[in-house]
Design a protein around this ligand. Structure first.
Ligand code: HEC
Length: 147
């Protein structure tokens, strides 16, 4: 029993220090939006990543038409405004600062542009046209957060 107490006494300071560990600094701009819009946005994001993965899979398999179709539907301009009904026209984009919304719009446009290029059937050109899409993902993530 005593040994156990000594052991606990020895461990305790370490536990306290762990609990007080400093979080790394987060330089991203915090964008506030209501919980519904936050949830919809994160749901979109998970779908974006999945769509991007599918696009890469189709590209690698040489199925450029399929890559184009999924990019347009899931990431392209066609995918915009899908939360209008659920939010009374107040989708996540309405809460984004100008710069963030610009990057988001740029991503949708780049995905549609990718789709146009991929449809033409040149694999190297399609890969080149995909980079501006992932560049938009990266740019927004390094600049903004919602929590
Ligand atoms: C206009 C800005 C913007 C663009 C463009 C963008 N994202 Fe995001 N993404 C965010 C923000 C903001 C978050 C939430 C970060 C947080 O939790 O604070 C996020 C979160 C995520 C998450 C985590 C979702 C979760 O489970 O919480 C994934 C995955 C993701 N994005 C993938 C992507 C991919 C892939 C692309 C490009 C095809 C992309 N995003 C484009 C802003 C963006």
């Amino acid at each position: 029993m005593i040994r156990l107490l000594i052991l606990l006494a020895a461990l305790l300071p370490g536990l306290v220090i762990a609990a007080e560990a400093k979080l790394p600094e987060d330089p991203r701009t915090l964008v506030e939006m209501p919980l519904l819009q936050q949830a919809l946005m994160r749901q979109d994001m998970v779908e974006h990543l999945s769509a991007l993965n599918n696009v890469l899979g189709f590209l690698a398999a040489g199925k450029l038409k399929e890559a184009a179709a999924i990019a347009e539907k899931e990431l392209g301009v066609s995918s915009m405004g899908k939360h209008a009904a659920a939010t009374g026209g107040q989708g996540p984009g309405r809460f984004m600062p100008e710069a963030m919304r610009g990057i988001g719009l740029g991503m949708h446009q780049a995905a549609s542009e990718f789709a146009e290029v991929a449809k033409k059937g040149n694999k190297a050109a399609a890969y080149r046209a995909l980079e501006p899409v992932t560049a938009a993902c990266a740019a927004c993530h390094s600049g903004f957060r919602i929590r």
